[in-house]
Each structure stands twice: as structure tokens, then as C-alpha cells.
Design a binder for this molecule. Structure first.
Ligand SMILES: Cc1cc2nc3c(=O)[nH]c(=O)nc-3n(C[C@H](O)[C@H](O)[C@H](O)COP(=O)(O)OP(=O)(O)OC[C@H]3O[C@@H](n4cnc5c(N)ncnc54)[C@H](O)[C@@H]3O)c2cc1C
Length: 265
């Protein structure tokens, strides 16, 4: 395999983030007359969808608790809807079916969805929920349900096929994707600038103007290669500072780990 010695943009990681970035960056470069997908190289140490993107459950929803996620998720769903066939996306909607302990939180998600015009129904009360669910599934039998949030958009996608579809979108615009290429380090500019001027790989160096790190769970390795801070200071809600907290801490599973003691945390 031969990789180019030079590319204006190098994107590390051929998962959903790296390939989405390649696709959208190509469109922006072409639209602005500043270049095209041919200026972009995506490299991955394994293959397309080798990381989290290839094992994700594929659920597409606007149901994350943090309010800041609401518009971002609505935007993401817009993107999935642009080409369901290419993305192997099945827009069947999404339901959050909950017991009373979650009622208040789910109600707030519903309010946020309503505020941005993201279509959903919120059903409250035990008998109302049972009636609603039986209207959809005549054999519905679950008990103790007091709220149902039914998102009319979203659904699921077939993980590996989706990412392959995304890779095709990028390739069609001229992006080069090279797999089996591992990033081993970075070369910085001489002098006072800390800007990266080349990406070092196990197949040789690639000179570049910009690097996008989309390495998913491997980010700490790349972070360390860039000699970025290994510790951060965190302020608690009560205003007290905690110094020397590791920037990245892995709690549980990484590739190759098959069993974890349930008492670990
Ligand atoms: C079990 C599971 C289920 C999930 N379910 C869902 C879900 O239902 N819905 C949802 O929205 N999200 C889900 N997620 C989260 C989602 O999968 C991730 O947020 C997303 O896939 C991250 O994508 P990424 O492109 O950032 O990283 P990844 O897909 O992990 O891609 C990173 C890539 O970087 C490459 N790489 C790493 N180091 C190097 C190096 N040194 N040189 C070159 N290449 C390198 C890797 O090979 C990999 O291909 C799930 C995650 C997991 C683990």
C-alpha cells in the first residue's frame, strides 16, 4: 500500500466522526471554492468502522438528558434523513417507556423537544400508558409504566453498513481513505508554534496543513502523542478546586477485554 506524502487535511479515524467530517468538509471546500474532497485523506489503523461505530447498537434518538444535546441530536437526525438508503437508516421512531422514578426527567426532555419543534407524544398515567401501548402492540403486558415518550423521528441504523455508506459519500467527493495505516506521532512546526505540520505513521510521514483527530476511544493515545496536558483541574459545584485529575481515565472496556469484575466501580 502507498500513502501520499502530503495532504492538506489528514483525518485520523474512519469511524462516524472521521468520515462525517471528511464528507461535510469536502462539501464546504467545494462550495466555497477553496478546494475539494481531493484535499482530504482519511487514515485508519484497522479498517472502516473498526471502532465504536462498528459495534454501536445503532439507535438514533433525541433522548439524551442533557438539554444542550437537544438541538444537536435534531440536527443529526436531519442528516440521517437525507439518505436513509445509503445510511441503512430505518426511521421507525423511538420510545422511552418508563417507571415513575423517571417521569420528571422524561417530562423535561418532552418539553425541550416541543420547544424546538421535534415531534413527539408524551403519555402520562398508568392506564393511559397501557392504552397507548396496547394501541400499538395488542399483546402489551408490561406493568408499572407511568410515562411514555414517543419520538416520531429517529429509529435505528445497521452500524457497519451505515459507516460503509458514509465512506462512499466521502469517496464520491474525492476523499481518499487508506486503512491499515497507524498514526505513531506528529511533527510540529519549528520555532514557537505548536502547530502540527506532519502526521507520522507506520507507513511514513504525511505533510499536512490541518489534522482532525477522530480516534474515538483511542483519543488518549493520540492526546499523549500531541503532548497535551495529562492532568486537569476540576471545580466542584461547591466551588472547591480539585487539582491533578487525569484528563483521560478509562474505567471499563477497551478492545480485547472480554470480562470485567462487576464490582469494579
Ligand atoms: C457498545 C456500544 C454501543 C453504542 N450504541 C450507540 C447507539 O445505539 N447510538 C449511538 O448514537 N451511539 C452509540 N454508541 C456510541 C457511538 O458508537 C460512538 O459515539 C461513535 O461510534 C464514536 O465514533 P468515532 O468515529 O468517534 O470513533 P470510532 O468509531 O471508535 O472510530 C475511531 C477510529 O480511529 C481508529 N484509530 C484509533 N487509533 C488510531 C491510530 N493511532 N491511527 C489510525 N487510526 C486510529 C480506530 O481504528 C477507529 O476505527 C455506542 C458505543 C458502543 C461502544
Amino acid at each position: 500500500m502507498s500513502i501520499p506524502g502530503k495532504s492538506r487535511y489528514v483525518i485520523v479515524g474512519a469511524g462516524i466522526h472521521g468520515l462525517s467530517t471528511a464528507w461535510k468538509l469536502s462539501e464546504l471546500l467545494s462550495a466555497s471554492g477553496k478546494g475539494s474532497g481531493k484535499d482530504i485523506l482519511v487514515i485508519d489503523k484497522s479498517h472502516i468502522a473498526a471502532g465504536a461505530s462498528g459495534i454501536a447498537c445503532g439507535v438514533i434518538r433525541n433522548n439524551y438528558f442533557q438539554p444542550a444535546m437537544r438541538e444537536l441530536m435534531a440536527h443529526s437526525v436531519d442528516v440521517w434523513e437525507t439518505d436513509p438508503e445509503a445510511f441503512h437508516y430505518h426511521p421507525v421512531g423511538y420510545m422511552q417507556i418508563s417507571h415513575e422514578g423517571m417521569h420528571e426527567d422524561i417530562a423535561s426532555i418532552y418539553e425541550q423537544q416541543k420547544a424546538i419543534g421535534y415531534e413527539s407524544d408524551f403519555i402520562e398515567g398508568k392506564s393511559q400508558c397501557t392504552d397507548y401501548m396496547k394501541g400499538l402492540f395488542s399483546d402489551w403486558r408490561a406493568e408499572g409504566i407511568t410515562s411514555v415518550l414517543h419520538e416520531k423521528r429517529g429509529g435505528y441504523a445497521n452500524n457497519k453498513a451505515s459507516i460503509a455508506g458514509l465512506a462512499e459519500k466521502a469517496r464520491a467527493l474525492g476523499v481518499q481513505i487508506e486503512t491499515g495505516v497507524s498514526v505513531t506521532g506528529f511533527k510540529g512546526a519549528n520555532g514557537s508554534s505548536s502547530a502540527i505540520t506532519a502526521v507520522k505513521t507506520d507507513q511514513g510521514s504525511i505533510e499536512c496543513e490541518e489534522v482532525v483527530i477522530a480516534a474515538g476511544p483511542w483519543v488518549k493515545t493520540l492526546w499523549d502523542m500531541m503532548e497535551l496536558p495529562s492532568e486537569v483541574s476540576i471545580k466542584s459545584a461547591d466551588g472547591s478546586m480539585h487539582e491533578g485529575i487525569p484528563t483521560w481515565r478509562y474505567w471499563c472496556l477497551q478492545e480485547g477485554v472480554l470480562g470485567v469484575d462487576p464490582d469494579l466501580q
